[in-house]
Design a protein around this ligand. Sequence first.
Ligand code: HEM
Length: 124
Amino acid sequence: MMKRVYIGFTIAFWIAVAAIWGGSLLAPPGQRAVAQSPEPGYTLQDVAAHDSAEDCWMAIGGEVYELTAYLPQHPAPPSVILPSCGTDATRAYNTKNRGRPHSPYAASLLERYRIGRLERPATP
Ligand code: HEM
């Protein structure tokens, strides 16, 4: 009697293990626990393809940002920030084109829009 119970539990255990393993294999790739893929890198050429108010990327300080959603919230008029879309805007960002840096608050906002790193060193 005990032997039957033991065998029954063993079979049930291995069925459960197989079900969990099989289930994770069937899950869509995004939900599988895969090794962390390396962060995407973009070239200035990639960035340059996103140069409008409807699709605005900027490279700033060696990182790439997708800023389309932020543009309408920027305090300065669009004419100030739009020319930087699709470019390495490190200098424009660091000086506001007026020789004054953005605040730490601006830097924290910027971080939210980061999508990857720039593959080439940024211009100072
Ligand atoms: C790259 C081109 C950019 C230029 C030329 C630029 C320029 C300016 C100017 C002229 C002002 C208003 C005047 C002033 O506060 O001194 C300003 C303010 C501000 N900008 Fe930008 N900006 C740029 C990008 C950005 C980005 C990407 C962010 C954040 C995601 C940002 C966030 C802010 C904030 C929060 C302010 C309010 C003042 C501060 O906190 O520094 N700006 N910017």
